[in-house]
Design a protein around this ligand. Sequence first.
Ligand code: 5MM
Length: 340
Amino acid sequence: MDKAQLKATAEKIVANGKGILAADESTGTIGKRFASINVENVEPNRQAYRQLLLTTAGAEEFIGGVIQYDETIRQSTDDGKRFADLMEELGVVPGIKVDTGAKDLADHAGEMITEGLDGLRDRLAEYYELGARFAKWRAVINISEDNNLPSDYCLNANAQALARYAALCQEANIVPIVEPEVIMDGAHSIETCESVTTRALTALFNELQNAGVYLEGILLKPNMVVSGTENPRQAGIDEVAERTVRVLKNCVPSSVPGIVFLSGGQSDVLATQHLQAMNANYEMPWALSYSYGRALQAPALKAWGGEAANIPAAQAAYLLRARNNTAAALGNYNDEMEAA
Ligand code: 5MM
């Protein structure tokens, strides 16, 4: 493990308010996104869409890293430049999703465990050769107040898998993003989201310490603390910011260089507003930035609609979200910036 390299890579990704584009939708997930715009889920369309994002002029000012899917890291632009090489030239760090998905946790109805540890050492070695310098693994934590979920067993099993993954990444000189996503869906209150997120992060850092993971060489990708989507009381921006910062300060060691939120189904602008409220109003020991999938891509996907003629409009929509989220990561965003 080259600790200096790991720390430098993690810091580079989140330097100066930069964030991450999560473009690692697996084939099934990108199919759902394409279905919303009536685009067929075939390899040439996936290549065209990822190329659109990766060739957006000026995005490198805001985007420090891009998470790719296995297919994407092997793809190239129309003129034959590998996507990973293009990123390298632009100073954007290439990343790779290495989990193989969340599956039902045996004998624990409603709970999930993320798979992908078998053979991971060899896959990481290949991804490093292909240019990846950071990786991502996502655990899925469902809340059900009626069924008393999540169980401690689920939290601990996922935390242990995240820690084993993180240790393997660092052995390969790849920065691990650890993502324990507490899912927004459900009728639960924001208080429940806060307590479950606290339990998930406590279990995670306990296991990371047990595994000997070098905390200066990781990035944390958590959910924000929000009301369940079906809860009648939807907390406002300031409450989300206050509760999220409190949880992070209680659970995340200051040696972690960066925290990059997932958007989790929040609207694109709300995800930016939440990030702004945290960075503008609180002093924190880590860079607090973004690793959004839907909240960075949704307007671009809609503007594109699968038509080559719409690529400039789609790239402008993506650039606006990247620019505004980086402004929010620096505490400099305001609503007027949406009009640009
Ligand atoms: C981009 O979506 C990622 C991959 O999802 P699948 O493994 O289900 O295909 C996902 O992990 C994503 O990186 C995070 O959830 C953040 O994305 P959002 O849309 O929540 O910001």
